[in-house]
Structures are given as structure tokens and as C-alpha cells.
Design a binder for this molecule. Sequence first.
Ligand code: SOE
Length: 367
Amino acid sequence: MVGHAFMGRAHANAFRQVGRFFDLPFEVTPRVVVGRDPDRAEAARRQLGFLESSVDLAAVLERDDVSIVDVATPNDSHAEIAIAALKAGKHVLCEKPLALNLAQAKRMAALAKKAKMQVGLWHNYRRCPAASLAQQMIKRGEIGKVRQVRAVYLQDWLSDAKALGSWRTKQKVCGSGAHGDLNAHLIDMTHFLTGLRFAEVSGMEQTFVKRRRDADGKSRSVDVDDALAFLARFEGGAIGTFEATRMAPGRKNYNQIEVNGTEGSIRWNLERMNELELFRFDAPRDGQGFRRIMCMDEPHPYAANWWPDGHILGYEHTFVNTLADFLRSLRGRKVFSPNFDDGLRVQAVLDAALKSAKTRRWVKVSS
Ligand code: SOE
């Protein structure tokens, strides 16, 4: 595992838990945690439960007792690490978004195809049981043909102008702000739930706080969006609205998507992540309304691997579910999704929406 901050902790937890809750084709050993600072990497090794720590990725990639490389670093190093790992013949899991920009994403997807290794992206919300159930329901036609998608991912941790800047506010490290961080999840979730393909987008961005003091005390300009909203037209005529912000006071991690079809609607909200809301016109008129499905019973995706009905799951379980499917896909080489092709499709939409926001015109999404 390369990187050991917030996502590194979420991934490390998944590496340690997955064998306790899923029948896997083989045992998982969290072997080496790689960082930039030896003392911090060693502290992470102890806390996160790896056998070794290292600051020498090249040496780790040469080892034949390392078969999967997990990229849990900021966005500007995803391409370099994933490409080196693929060239070293390793399977690769990578945090979202796949890359800094479309060009890097294209290179990563092309190499993954050539390398014939299994690759995956940690778009963890797909494997929230309720989100996976929504995908199954939409696929079997429960809401008819999809007409509209309405998705928001709202946070508020940068609302205060005095909040510190970080790699997430520097374009050369993160690529874009709330857009690449949060709209990436909404775009991937839309692909997953509906199978729709984005055709063209019209975006609007805003940076409300133009300079921030970093942890080193220096004030630096913020060259990424604090918020980016965009309209989308899909192939086939469906339309969508998407919004990402870090400036919505009170919205801590409010990731919500609603899909409207010809026969009904489905809505999932991360703040009530174990529940799915479904509306269908075919209920009797006097009983119509959204009904709340509790997605923790045996037939619901992943639920049987965890606790009895009603014992709710949390954020960290979505990473364990994701890893379980990735590991199971290694046996018999079933294609895991989201892979780097899926990540490239997300990057194409991110890229088009950002271009649209800067040029104030509709932009076609490159296929
Ligand atoms: C910060 O916005 C963040 O950690 C994202 O980077 C993650 O992808 C999201 O799952 C939670 O919020």
C-alpha cells in the first residue's frame, strides 16, 4: 500500500477485515506500507498492521512476494505509481479519481489493457448494499426507462476562510477541487446505476476563498474550484444535474443521487446509507409514496457477509465489500468494475465539465 493517510487507513482496515467476513480464494497479507518519510511510514506500519514499512517503492515493486499494489496517495502520483506497478507485473487498486487529467487516465487505461493485470478503482459507494440494490432494481426495470439523474455531493470543511489549504486545494497535486474529489463519485455512481453514457455537459465553477494559509504558515493561492455544478445530456435523451461543493455549511458528507424513470424513482443518500427509497406509480393511488427499503437482510448485496438484519453497516464496510469483489475477481480473472476503463470514462466527464466551466459553453464528452 502506497500512502497511509485517510484513504490509507480505510484501505488498511479493508485488507485486515476482508478475510474475516468473506470466503476468498486466498489469504491477504498486508505486507509493506510505503511512504515518503521513514518514521511516519514505520508509525503507519505499526498502527495499520503491515509487516514492513519502506520509502523505496522501486525496491518493493521488484519483490515477488508483493502481488497487489494499492495506490492511496494524492492524485498527482496515481499515474506514476500505477504504471510502475503494472510494468512490474502487479495487480493494481487505485483511489479515485484515476488521474490528474484525461491524458494520464488514457495512458493508465491503455497500459492496464496491455499488461493483462487486474486493475480496480476504490469507488467504494457502489458497494454500499443499498446502492448495489438500486443498480439491480434499475437494471431489472423497476423504475422503467431512465429520464433524469439528480446528484449532489456536499461537504462544508472549507466553508471557513481560515481553514488550512492542503494538496486538495492545489491544482498541480489534485487536478481540480470539489469537482474531481466529489463529482467523480457522482459520475461513477451514475454510470453504475444507469449504464447511461454522458454525451455533453455545461459546467459552472466558483472559488470563494482565493487564498489559504497552509500548515506551514504560508499563504498560497487556491487554484481549484470550491464548488462545481454541471448539467448533462446523456446519449439517448436522458438529462442530469450534478453538484459538488466543500462550502455547504451543515452538509458533512452528503452524497445523494435520485434517478427518475418512466415508471418511478429511486433515491440513495449516504447519510442514510443502509436505506433505499423507491417510488412506483403502480402502487394503489391512495397508497402511493416513496417507500423505505432497509437493505440489511440476507437477499441484499453483501448483507449476508455481515450482521443479522437491521444491524447497520458504515462507511468502512463499503471498502471491505469493494476489496472482497476485487480479490474474488482475481480467481478466474473475471473483469472487476470499476476498472481503469471506468476511471477513464469518469475522467472524460470531469475534464469536459471543467473545460465547459472555463469556456462557458457546452462541451462534448470525449468517447
Ligand atoms: C474528501 O472529500 C473525501 O475524503 C473524498 O476524497 C472521498 O473520496 C470521499 O469518500 C469522502 O470525502
